[in-house]
Design a binder for this molecule. Structure first.
Ligand SMILES: NC(=O)c1ccc[n+]([C@@H]2O[C@H](COP(=O)([O-])OP(=O)(O)OC[C@H]3O[C@@H](n4cnc5c(N)ncnc54)[C@H](O)[C@@H]3O)[C@@H](O)[C@H]2O)c1
Length: 282
């Protein structure tokens, strides 16, 4: 039986990927996040799904290398081996000018989004290369393709760096004959707590124009999670990019926007998806 470890998986994309690994492929699933109460809830919901695999959780703050090392030890201890490791934990930035962000805000974003991915990749590669097998996936985001937008400069900087880092890791993995494959997951726009909150806490007031674009291009983390999991499970190649929102799909969405009645946002920006938590996950 195969095992997947996902960081930041008590909700959003991470939780939804755990759901599909478990439901559709019978994987053992190790979820991890910052708060135990959220992990307990997520575990309960995952256990409601019929599957041959088991679910375990442990707290892991990806800004701490030691937490990631403990997450790997925990998974090995429970299941013997890790087949897929996903560095998914991430935070959005406040929509302010880069020069108005505080030292702490800058550090938190870079520590979670960039350093967390580097630490997680280091830990996963060290363990997986011993067995000469396994796959590591890192999550791209706005900025990965060099795009720029007001209020997303720091986040984009970190995701651009994640892309560069992941491509370099894939190259090293191959040249050093680790037997491990490395890939990028590009989830497009998902309507989750990430969309409406910066640094995990403070609310982002989305402009009506932005909501309109999100309603056209955005998707739920269930839709995207299912797509990414199916592709990861069948992938055997190194240095792949698994891309949900292709240019073609985006163009089609804009062309058909007039017929699109989707609305992800309720009153006071309440999310009308399960992205904010894990309730209703199937
Ligand atoms: N939502 C989008 O539109 C979007 C688009 C592209 C990429 N992404 C990326 O997808 C990933 C998942 O995002 P999401 O939309 O599911 O967000 P989310 O906010 O719903 O989930 C992120 C999870 O990460 C956890 N987390 C935050 N800081 C952490 C830390 N220090 N250690 C461990 N866990 C931590 C949170 O508690 C949360 O459970 C992120 O890497 C994000 O950058 C999101």
């Amino acid at each position: 039986m195969k095992t997947v470890v996902i960081t930041g998986s008590a909700r959003g994309l991470g939780f939804n990927m755990a759901t599909f690994f478990r439901r559709d492929y019978g994987f053992n699933v190790v979820i991890s996040d910052l708060k135990e109460e959220n992990l307990i809830k997520a575990k309960e919901q995952l256990e409601e799904i019929d599957s041959e695999g088991k679910v375990e959780y442990t707290i892991c703050n990806v800004t701490k290398l030691e937490d990631l090392q403990n997450l790997m030890k925990f998974a090995i201890n429970k299941f013997g081996k890790v087949d897929i490791w996903i560095n998914n934990a991430g935070v959005n930035q406040p929509q302010e000018a880069i020069w108005d962000l505080t030292e702490q805000q800058i550090n938190t974003l870079i520590d979670v989004d960039l350093k967390g991915t580097i630490y997680g990749s280091k830990v996963a590669m060290q363990e997986m290369s011993k067995n000469k097998s396994g796959a590591i996936y890192n999550i791209e985001g706005y900025g990965s393709n060099d795009a720029h937008m007001l209020g997303l400069n720091l986040y984009g900087t970190s995701k651009r760096a994640v892309t560069y880092f992941t491509e370099g890791l894939a190259q090293e993995a191959q040249e050093r004959e680790t037997g491990v494959i490395v890939g990028k997951l590009s989830p497009g726009i998902m309507i989750t707590e990430f969309t409406t909150h910066s640094l995990g806490n403070d609310k982002i007031e989305l402009a009506e124009k932005t909501k309109k674009v999100y309603n056209i291009l955005g998707d739920t983390p269930e839709t995207v999670g299912k797509f990414l999991v199916d592709k990861m499970v069948s992938n055997t190649k190194n240095n792949v990019k698994i891309n949900w929102l292709t240019n073609r799909k985006a163009a089609f969405r804009f062309m058909t926007a007039g017929f699109n009645k989707r609305n992800f946002f309720g009153e006071d920006q309440e999310l009308l998806t399960n992205g904010k938590g894990n309730k209703d996950a199937k």
